[in-house]
Design a protein around this ligand. Sequence first.
Ligand code: C5P
Length: 300
Amino acid sequence: MNNSVRVRVPAKVNLALRVGQTDAQGFHELGTVFQAVSLGDEILAEDAGPGDFKLAFHGEGAAFLPVDDTNLAMRAAKLLAQHVGRTDVGVHLTVRKRIPVAGGMAGGSADAAAVLVACSALWGLGLSREELHTLGAQLGSDVPFMLMGGTAIGTGRGVDLAPLMTSGTYHWTFALSHSGLSTPAVFREFDKMSQPDDTEIPHALIEALRAGDAPALGAALCNDLEAPAIALQPTLAHTLRLGLEAGALGAVVSGSGPTCAFLAGSEAHSHELAESLAVFSGVRAVRRAYGPVAGAQVMS
Ligand code: C5P
């Protein structure tokens, strides 16, 4: 058993997000392609006395985050302890945030996934990836993918995952918004304005990923939550247009938004896009990242 464990976890962008009918619990059926990207958080988990659970955040959006049991990261630690029936454990968690808060990049789910991996190692539990996946799915729809990383198709609520073969590295520029969007609010807006269609992922997108064809991938990016996100934050339409005018291969709202994702042709191109987008008053900040990268993992 270690006294402390550090875990790195990526953010995600949805390359495709198709939204279908709701199930009995009000969750929507999804057809999505996730990609894990290098804009990530780092979690330090330090051993503490029995029942001593603490959480602190530094960095991007830290001031806005609760540190009690309403935070998914805290719930992840307690769920894990409960799952293995251990009342003799505790942990102090410190999260260095880079993933935007309420940004559609799964920041909260990423931290929860990182906590599952960190506490499993810290407490010497040796849980399998499958067990962690099952616990993750109880916490939120994006948590299992943040454990898995890479590029994957997600179906059902988004937790049934199948890894996808891809070629090459994709360079992204992200435009962050001045305020966040609540995922349930965006789904509610979707229900108001859309007739749920099928959740099929465009064949061209899968083919583009297999071939490592960035221009074809850019053309195939799609998100059924983009229109409802724009309805709630109309500035996003300008942000997306600006990125395309600046030469992005594709532009899409990430997940439930409001972060906008722009596919670049190269690392240098992602710098150029970032410079063009940073001057727009509707954009709070820009970030660059590449993908696919690994899911939550212990740092050596
Ligand atoms: O699973 P997660 O906690 O991330 O979901 C947040 C909210 O997003 C849910 O409470 C629900 O309103 C909406 N959601 C949905 N269908 C999904 C996933 C999420 O309606 N498949």
